[in-house]
Design a protein around this ligand. Structure first.
Ligand SMILES: [Zn+2]
Length: 380
């Protein structure tokens, strides 16, 4: 049996503080493939933690029955630093309180870090090149001397994730259906993941502009491949951000069902030797993230939604009203907010008081929007 609790101790940045990050290693250490699962990198997003709470006993049982064919690293609370960000009874888990940095932005460009150590050394086989790249990444990580607890944390998560064949980062949106962000090269390869998850949408971007965790490894392999034409460099880590509904959707029934579905995906891939049953019915095709409209308000106000999650809307259709909160018609005037594309209402905002420029809805379309092309694609 291999189910093992482990923990990382981070040196805190303030006097007397040490921060513990408990996690689990499961499965035979000699297994050729590795699966890395983390949740709550945005520390206030607990749906993924609830899922992993339900998945861990399933993995433990499969381990006892010797059914695991991969090594699993499970980090249900990937950001213990952010768990401390309580401000006046509100959990600010998305941003580092000290620096203002979004915990899922500005991850390192590993290609820039290891480029010189792989140049001229790539061979003619996938396996050789992947091994070379992973060794270079591991050496770079090893050579770092992190100063802050945040840097220690990032290096640890990268160290555990960099050599995994599957890297799944569990998040949630504000008020949302389940959906996936991933790299264009990984679709339709990961269609089965979307189907098992029951994803309402799969949005792809090679570079969303934010340096998010799920883009680190695909960017690395993409850039090595692009700069070494003629050498085989596969996308060795199937990496995705899985958005498990909204912030408030933390319940056993969701967690258990979602864990069973993820377990089914892992079985389907032969990473666990069990019959997962039939793949749930196929969800839609992936779309470029540039085709998703982030509906923003151009003034402050209170949002009254006219449409529900999952509803299909057409371009020009009013999807919400913004109730004025200042000016001559304060609390009287309502300004319709219209959809800028045909598509599916994927997310809304839990908070209905919104300020100028804020995103209040994502509408998943199929045609890239001119305003989104090549720009910064994320909400914050
Ligand atoms: Zn998140």
């Amino acid at each position: 049996m291999s189910f093992k609790r482990d923990a990382l101790l981070l040196k805190g940045d303030t006097p007397g503080s040490t921060i513990e990050l408990p996690f689990y290693r499961v499965g035979p250490s000699t297994a050729p493939e590795k699966v890395y699962l983390q949740a709550a990198l945005h520390a206030d997003e607990q749906p993924g933690t609830m899922l992993l709470h339900h998945l861990l006993p399933m993995l433990r049982q499969a381990d006892e029955q010797e059914l695991l064919r991969a090594r699993f690293v499970v980090v249900p609370m990937a950001n213990p630093i952010g768990m401390a960000n309580m401000v006046h009874r509100t959990h600010v888990g998305r941003y580092d309180l000290n620096t203002g940095v979004n915990y899922n932005r500005q991850w390192p460009d590993l290609f820039a870090m290891i480029r010189s150590s792989v140049v001229g050394r790539l061979g003619d086989s996938d396996a050789f090149n992947v091994n070379l790249i992973r060794k270079a990444v591991a050496s770079w990580i090893e050579a770092q001397q992190p100063r802050t607890s945040a840097e220690q944390l990032r290096l640890f998560l990268l160290k555990e994730a960099h050599d995994a064949e599957f890297v799944l980062d569990l998040h949630c949106d504000s008020d949302s259906l389940p959906y996936i962000y991933t790299s264009p090269e990984l679709m339709p390869e990961l269609q089965d993941l979307a189907d098992w998850m029951g994803a309402a949408a799969v949005m792809t971007a090679a570079d969303s502009g934010g340096g998010s965790f799920d883009e680190v490894l695909p960017q690395l392999y993409r850039k090595v491949a692009q700069t070494n034409p003629g050498k085989p460099v596969p996308m060795a880590s199937a990496t995705a951000t899985l958005e498990y509904r909204g912030l408030n959707d933390v319940f056993d029934h969701y967690g258990e069902q979602d864990a069973l579905r993820l377990f089914g995906f892992l079985c389907g891939r032969g990473l666990i030797e069990a019959d997962p049953g039939p793949v749930p019915s196929q969800t839609g095709e992936a779309t470029p993230f540039e085709a998703t409209e982030i509906v923003r308000v151009d003034r402050t106000g209170m949002v009254a939604y006219r449409v529900d999650l999952g509803q299909r809307v057409t371009k020009g259709q009013p999807v919400a009203d913004l109730i004025a909160m200042d000016g001559p018609e304060a609390f009287v005037a309502r300004t319709p907010i219209v959809a800028g594309t045909n598509g599916l209402v994927l997310t809304r905002s839990l908070r209905k008081y919104v300020t100028r420029g804020e995103g209040i809805m994502k509408i998943v379309g199929t045609t890239p929007l001119p305003a989104r092309k090549g720009g910064y694609l994320l909400e914050d």
